[in-house]
Design a protein around this ligand. Structure first.
Ligand SMILES: O=C[C@H](O)COP(=O)(O)O
Length: 254
């Protein structure tokens, strides 16, 4: 399984920032293929980003509707993302679960819609600080995984991103033992539910990932990649993390 280094621009980015995508692509052109690079951007930028990525890195969306085309003003469906050139979509991010009241069932319906149109999915789960404090992190994450990730049809592709809410954008990282605890629990659940298919499902860690901590995170058991917010906005920062994943000396943007 190739390591996935995925960025999430969230609600950041105008056309003026597309040069960052071009710089990410230039830095990755001709690189070894043991690392897959994906940047998920706002829907308004997907087509521009695909052009700038020049086929070197993949571009994804940050959400999609569970519905197909129809009377849903303001929504964007999976086919539209695919049509714009996206190959993947992030679903169930905590900022959507909290800010847009998305339930596990909503997320599962969106995942199915994405798969129908050939998009790979990154399904996000994670506990709040209070849930961890109460000793419920494993149960919360296990329950979210079970209810947000539908049975996987042949040909569908997904990753699961563990993002503790208290680590997102905070600069606070879980300990290595905490990451091992949750990811081991998730991998065991995936193995039990999906058997050998589980081996095609990457588990990502997300929350305050930077080039300075990327090596330690990527070296943690059961971590198959990272989902990066703030440090994915600038090519200099993002490329440094990709370089860490590739095991070479960071060169920053080119
Ligand atoms: O999707 C990305 C995560 O929310 C992590 O964001 P962050 O790297 O800014 O902490």
């Amino acid at each position: 399984m190739r390591t996935l280094i995925a960025g999430n621009w969230k609600m950041h980015g105008l056309q003026a920032q597309i040069g960052e995508i071009a710089a990410m692509a230039r830095a990755n052109a001709g690189g070894p293929s043991d690392v897959e690079v994906l940047v998920c951007v706002p829907a308004t930028l997907i087509a521009h980003a695909v052009q700038a990525a020049d086929g070197v890195i993949q571009i994804g969306g940050e959400d999609c509707s569970a519905e197909e085309a129809g009377p849903f003003t303001g929504d964007i469906d999976a086919q539209m993302l695919r049509d714009a050139g996206a190959t993947s979509v992030i679903l169930g991010h905590s900022e959507r679960r909290q800010g847009h009241h998305e339930t596990d069932a909503t997320v599962a319906a969106k995942v199915k819609a994405a798969w129908r149109h050939g998009l790979a999915t990154i399904v996000c789960i994670g506990e709040t600080q209070a849930q961890r404090h109460d000793g419920n992190a494993l149960k919360v994450c296990g329950d979210q995984l079970a209810a947000s990730l539908p049975d996987i049809p042949a040909g569908a592709c997904t990753s699961v991103a563990y993002e503790p809410l208290w680590a997102i954008g905070s600069g606070t990282m879980p300990t290595r033992e905490q990451i091992i605890g949750v990811l081991g629990h998730l991998r065991a659940a995936l193995d039990e539910r999906f058997g050998s298919t589980s081996q095609s499902i990457r588990i990502l860690y997300g929350g305050s990932v930077k080039s300075e901590n990327a090596l330690e995170i990527l070296d943690t058991p059961d971590v198959n990649g990272v989902l990066i917010g703030g440090a994915s906005l600038l090519a200099h920062d993002f490329n440094a993390i990709v370089d860490v994943a590739r095991g070479r000396t960071p060169t920053g943007s080119v």
